[in-house]
Design a protein around this ligand. Structure first.
Ligand SMILES: [Cu+2]
Length: 432
């Protein structure tokens, strides 16, 4: 496994050079995409959102163009996934769904309470033979339905189609709903130990598509949703290397959300030193076993529930590979500790620091990767003759689905459900 990962890291370096470095040039500041920004999400004081179910296209890194359905914000164009909606727990939320598709569609809001459709308690629909056709009231083609609900407990949720689900989910009708604890947007839930850095908050909507099925739907040909074969695997509607491009990259007009995680190493005793937060959501129909290289992630919240034991005791836990099941959400904290602050006396797991040379993964003598949660190596410390290709001594760790067929673009390795975690030197990175 290690050998495979090291090989992957080499390729990551090549991909990174060509994508982060070069393509970041159009950014107005001229800075490299370092992934720092506030979570792009829709929020307003009325907690009212207008979504348009419509068709559009997404692009894949191998040059393909896939016909999709999604929930577009009514004020903007088509996007995949649907817009991330951010609300506080307990508030009344209104979602107006306009259906621009040619068949009925709906939205279900798992984990939310008191769901009503057009003012009436939401109801499932059945056909004349008693078969379930929709888990909630749909909007007819060209029609509108207004949903209201009370936002559930703090955490991360899917909103997705409840109609002809096998097809409509595959076609892309899903998005993320982030429910925050009132008055504490920088916490995942009501627990004090769920604090995170608001400039390092990421949603990963995981999904996959079978392009043959999408083409059949586009051309109105027959298809069989029980015989799909996924070829593309998305984080936020993008595949590697598009996943590490910035939010709203001009060359991905219908795929606005990036997935490059940016971390500053943890500094013990510094109240401003907080972990990054990744909110995983599985919008597909199979499990996605996701992991970053080099470090565990701390699972603190799942399906809108804190990892908590009896009497409110902390039941969060470290996990190397987070297996996200269909419909599930898992919220994790990401944190690295730099070598300077590594203390073998106080650390319960005495992981030996690798030699600088062992952190190098070629080709030749280039630095990219440490395979270790403890970072070493600032530009001044590098051995003689070592070339530094990155910006300021930062590390890049690969993070991907470990079901390796999900880390491909139509069978080509090192694509699909994969991204990078960037860890800066403790002092920060000038110019980023
Ligand atoms: Cu791996």
């Amino acid at each position: 496994m290690i050998r495979k990962h090291r090989k992957a890291a080499v390729t990551a370096a090549v991909v990174l050079l060509s994508t982060v470095g070069v393509l970041a040039a159009p950014a107005s500041s001229g800075a490299v995409n370092d992934g720092s920004r506030r979570l792009p999400c829709e929020a307003n004081s009325a907690n009212t959102f207008s979504l348009d179910a419509k068709s559009g296209y997404v692009s894949t890194p191998d040059g393909n163009s896939i016909f999709m359905w999604s929930y577009a914000p009514s004020t903007r164009g088509f996007q995949l996934p649907g817009p991330t909606l951010c609300v506080d727990a307990g508030v009344q939320v209104t979602v107006v769904l306009h259906n621009s598709l040619t068949e009925p569609t709906s939205i279900v809001f798992p984990g939310q309470q008191h769901l009503r459709a057009d003012g009436r308690p939401a109801q499932p629909r059945f056909d004349g033979t008693g078969l379930l056709t929709s888990m909630t009231d749909p909007a007819a083609a060209g029609g509108t339905v207004t949903y209201t609900f009370t936002a559930g407990t703090p955490g991360t949720y899917l909103y997705e189609s409840g109609t002809d689900v096998s097809l409509q989910r595959e076609m892309g009708l899903y998005g993320a709903l982030v429910v925050r604890p009132p008055g504490a947007p920088d916490h995942v839930n009501g627990r004090g130990d769920s604090a995170f850095d608001l400039d390092r908050e990421y949603v990963y909507v995981l999904s996959e598509v079978d392009p043959d099925l999408h083409l059949a739907v586009e051309r109105k040909r027959a298809y069989d949703v029980t015989r799909t074969k996924a070829r593309y695997f998305f984080i936020n509607g993008r595949s590697m290397p598009d996943t590490i491009a910035p939010d709203n990259a001009a060359w991905l007009p219908s795929q606005p959300y990036g997935a490059l995680v940016h971390i500053r190493p943890f500094v013990p005793g510094d109240p401003n030193s907080r972990p990054a937060l990744v909110r995983y959501l599985d919008a597909g129909s199979v499990n996605y076993p996701f992991h970053p290289h080099g470090n565990d992630q701390r699972v603190i919240n799942q399906d809108g529930q804190p990892a908590e034991g009896a009497g409110g005791s902390d039941a969060s836990y470290d996990k190397f590979l987070v297996d996200v099941a269909p419909g599930q959400s898992v919220d994790v904290l990401d944190q690295w500790v730099d070598a300077e602050h590594w203390d073998p006396a106080s650390n319960p797991i005495p992981v030996p620091l690798p030699q600088l040379q062992d952190q190098i993964v070629g080709p030749g003598t280039e630095t990219w990767f440490s395979e270790n949660p403890y970072l070493g190596g600032t530009p001044g410390e590098l051995p003689a003759g070592v070339v530094q290709n990155n910006q300021c001594g930062e590390y890049y760790m690969v993070a991907h689905s470990h079901a390796l067929e999900q880390a491909t673009n139509f069978g080509a390795s090192f694509g699909g459900m994969m991204t990078l975690v960037r860890i800066d030197p403790p002092a920060g990175c000038p110019g980023s």
